[in-house]
Design a protein around this ligand. Structure first.
Ligand code: UT7
Length: 332
């Protein structure tokens, strides 16, 4: 039987650190409000001319490939999760393909926003189980600082997001004791407009106009408290679904890695599930919400801290725009 396993993890964040105090100078907000409502203290913003979504993804990928003991030539397929691709088309996966010395392998962009990385892991797992590929690179990378209007009008959104990239290598294994146990994917499109960046899209003849800009419809929009409530419910549901599918209990989890949307969401989920603090990993304090990149960045930091031990039960879970939500249960 073919199984799949994460064998390498890597990440890259841009060097420019933007603190809450920096944002205080640009809009009517405060370090106290941001810290209390989201847990975030600082985030990274990209440098134009240096960082792109695809080259940040490549830096994270290079690290993950090296840590797996491989070279880019060994990779059979690229999955690139992002809501902020370099171009409208082509996707960032093909741009990544030219950043490192890969073979002429397939490259697929995944558009499932905050759940994009877990969707990517699930796709990789299925390709490997089917026998089609042996080694797949899954990347989550975002540049979001340039869709944030750093002003009071957009402050509820602007203070939450940051830029960054994470990557994992997923390889075929026949060891049933160390593998991805299952993945669970969901969506509910009726809430699509509750967390959205509408323009430039393809619905209007003029994809971009002064009217759109004046009305602020080129900026991301979020019904913050509605998203918050759905997130807490769906996170818990999709973690339970993963545990039940594998006849496991909450107490079996060694490490829960939630998508980093808001420290209060992670904390509410932790309390709802009765997990101790040291079994839930958070780094939103340092990076804000980097959307598809949060989970692989967390995994990379956990690996560096030697906190992912052989045989540990690791649960990944995400919720975001779409709405989409997803989980993956891994025997590390
Ligand atoms: O990755 C998935 C996508 N995103 C999420 O999961 C985010 C989900 N939502 C959230 O994290 C929270 O809803 C927010 C952090 C966005 C907001 O926290 P909240 O506790 O739900 O606050 P609120 O929206 O109820 O706003 C409370 C007040 C409002 O003022 P009034 O109407 O009570 O006078 C806002 O205008 O806070 C005000 N406010 C701010 N004040 C200072 C909103 N943004 C800011 C800000 N600084 N940046």
């Amino acid at each position: 039987m073919n199984f799949s396993r994460i064998t390498g993890v890597g990440f890259y964040v841009p060097e420019t650190v933007v603190t809450n105090h920096d944002l205080e100078k640009l809009m009517d907000t405060s370090d106290a409000w941001i810290t209390e409502r989201s847990g975030i203290k600082e985030r990274r913003f990209f440098t134009e001319g240096k960082d792109t979504v695809s080259n940040m993804g490549a830096r994270a990928a290079q690290m993950a490939i090296e840590r797996a003991g491989l070279t880019p030539q060994d990779i059979d397929f690229i999955i690139f999760a992002t809501l902020s691709p370099d171009y409208n088309f082509p996707g960032s996966g093909v741009l990544l393909q030219r950043e490192l010395p890969f073979r002429e392998i397939g490259a697929l962009d995944v558009r499932a926003q905050c759940s994009g990385f877990i969707y990517g892991v699930s796709i990789a797992d299925q390709f490997i189980k089917s026998g089609m590929y042996k080694r797949i690179l899954v990347v989550g990378a975002e540049i979001q600082s340039n869709i944030l209007e750093l002003s009071t009008r957009n402050r509820d959104f602007a203070v939450l997001f940051g830029d960054g990239a994470g990557a994992v290598v997923i390889e075929k294994t026949d060891n049933p004791d160390r593998r991805i146990l299952s993945t669970h994917l969901h969506s509910e499109g009726k809430y699509a407009e509750d967390l959205i960046l509408e323009h430039p899209g393809s619905r209007l003849k003029d994809r971009m106009s002064t009217k759109i800009v004046e009305e602020g419809r080129h900026l991301p929009f979020m019904k913050g408290s509605a998203v918050f409530k759905h997130a807490v419910t769906r996170f818990s549901e999709v973690i339970d679904e993963a545990l039940q599918a594998n006849n496991l209990q909450t107490t079996d989890i060694d490490m829960l890695v939630p998508h980093q949307a808001n420290l209060r969401i992670s904390e509410a989920v932790r309390q709802k599930m009765g997990l101790p603090e040291d079994k839930v990993y958070n780094n939103i304090q340092k990076y804000g919400n980097t959307t598809a990149a949060t989970i692989p960045i967390c995994l990379s930091e956990l690996w560096e801290q030697n906190r992912l031990k052989e045989g540990d039960l690791v649960c990944l879970a995400a919720f975001g725009s779409g709405f989409t939500w997803a989980s993956a249960l891994i025997r590390w």
